[in-house]
Design a binder for this molecule. Structure first.
Ligand SMILES: [Ca+2]
Ligand SMILES: [Ca+2]
Ligand SMILES: [Ca+2]
Ligand SMILES: [Ca+2]
Length: 261
C-alpha cells in the first residue's frame, strides 16, 4: 500500500536571519538568502515580502525585492542611512500553497560617507579686524558640522584650504584660526602713512570630515584686516591735582572736574 503525501504541514524558516547592507547600494545587490523547510514532499514554497508594521512599512518593503523561489533578498530602492536609521525590519513570508509562515529579517544599514561637511563661520566674518604683532593669537573661532550618521564620517573640522598659509594656522583641533606669525601694521609710503592694502590678509578655509576618503567643503574666503595699535591713549591734563575742599562739604559737593584728551 502506498501512502499518498498531502500538504498538511506548514513551512518553517530555518533560523532567524540578520544581515547588513551599505546605504546607497545599487539595485540588485544581494543582502541575504532566507531558507525554509517543509515536512511535506508536496507543495512548492514561494517567498514574498510583507508590508511591515509601523509608519514606514510600505517604504521599507519598497527598498528590497525577494526572489520568490530562491528566497534571495536584493536591494530594490535607494537606502539612505541618514533617513532610515541603523536597522530595518523586513517581514518575509513563505507559502507552500496552503500554509503561511512569517519571519522578520533584521537588516543593519551601514553608513557611508555621503554627506559633505559644512562650514560654521561667524556672520559678517569678512570684516575681522585685529591688532598687529599678535603671534598665535586666535583671530576667529570656527567649526564644522556633518550630518552623516556615524563617526568618523560625521567628524568634521576646519582646516586651511590649500597647502599652507604664510599668515594663519588652524588650532584647537580645527575650531580656531590664529596668526602663524606676528604680522605688522603697514602704511603706504605715498599718501602720508595711511593704512596699506597689505593689511588685508586673505585666508581660505575648508570643512573636512574624517571619512575615507574624506569629503571637503570649501568655506567662503575671509579677509582679516590688521589695524594699527592705538597709540593715542587718553591722557589727563596734568599728572597730579591738588584741590582744597571746605570741611563743611556734604555728599554731592563738586570737588573739581577732571578732563582727559
Ligand atoms: Ca507543507
Ligand atoms: Ca545617506
Ligand atoms: Ca551617510
Ligand atoms: Ca561626512
Amino acid at each position: 500500500m502506498t501512502v499518498q503525501d498531502i500538504n498538511d504541514n506548514p513551512p518553517r524558516f530555518t533560523q532567524l536571519f540578520r544581515a547588513s547592507v551599505f546605504e546607497n547600494s545599487s539595485p540588485g545587490t544581494v543582502v541575504l538568502q532566507v531558507t525554509s523547510t517543509d515536512a511535506d514532499e508536496a507543495g512548492v514554497t514561494r517567498y514574498s515580502l510583507l508590508p511591515s508594521a509601523g509608519a514606514s512599512s510600505s517604504a521599507v518593503a519598497a527598498l528590497f525585492n525577494i526572489d520568490p523561489e530562491a528566497g534571495t533578498i536584493t536591494v530594490a530602492g535607494p537606502i539612505d542611512r541618514e533617513s532610515t536609521g541603523d536597522v530595518l525590519a523586513v517581514r518575509v513570508a513563505v507559502n507552500d500553497g496552503a500554509f503561511n509562515a512569517e519571519t522578520t529579517v533584521t537588516i543593519d544599514v551601514l553608513d557611508e560617507n555621503d554627506v559633505a561637511p559644512a562650514c560654521r563661520l561667524p556672520p559678517s566674518i569678512d570684516a575681522i579686524q585685529t591688532v598687529e604683532d599678535a603671534r598665535m593669537t586666535v583671530v576667529v573661532n570656527v567649526s564644522a558640522t556633518d550630518a552623516d550618521a556615524t563617526s568618523p564620517n560625521r567628524d568634521a573640522a576646519i582646516s586651511l584650504s590649500g597647502r599652507w598659509n604664510r599668515d594663519f594656522v588652524v588650532v584647537d583641533g580645527g575650531r580656531a584660526v590664529a596668526w602663524r606669525r606676528p604680522v605688522p601694521f603697514r602704511t603706504t609710503s605715498v599718501s602720508g602713512g595711511r593704512s596699506s592694502p597689505l593689511n588685508a590678509h586673505r585666508v581660505t578655509l575648508a570643512a573636512v570630515d574624517g571619512g575615507r576618503p574624506a569629503v571637503w567643503t570649501e568655506c567662503r574666503p575671509l579677509t582679516v584686516t590688521v589695524l594699527a595699535e592705538n597709540v593715542f591713549s587718553p591722557e589727563f591734563d596734568r599728572s597730579a591735582y591738588l584741590v582744597a575742599v571746605p570741611n563743611t562739604a556734604t555728599v554731592g559737593f563738586l570737588v573739581m572736574t577732571l578732563r582727559a584728551r
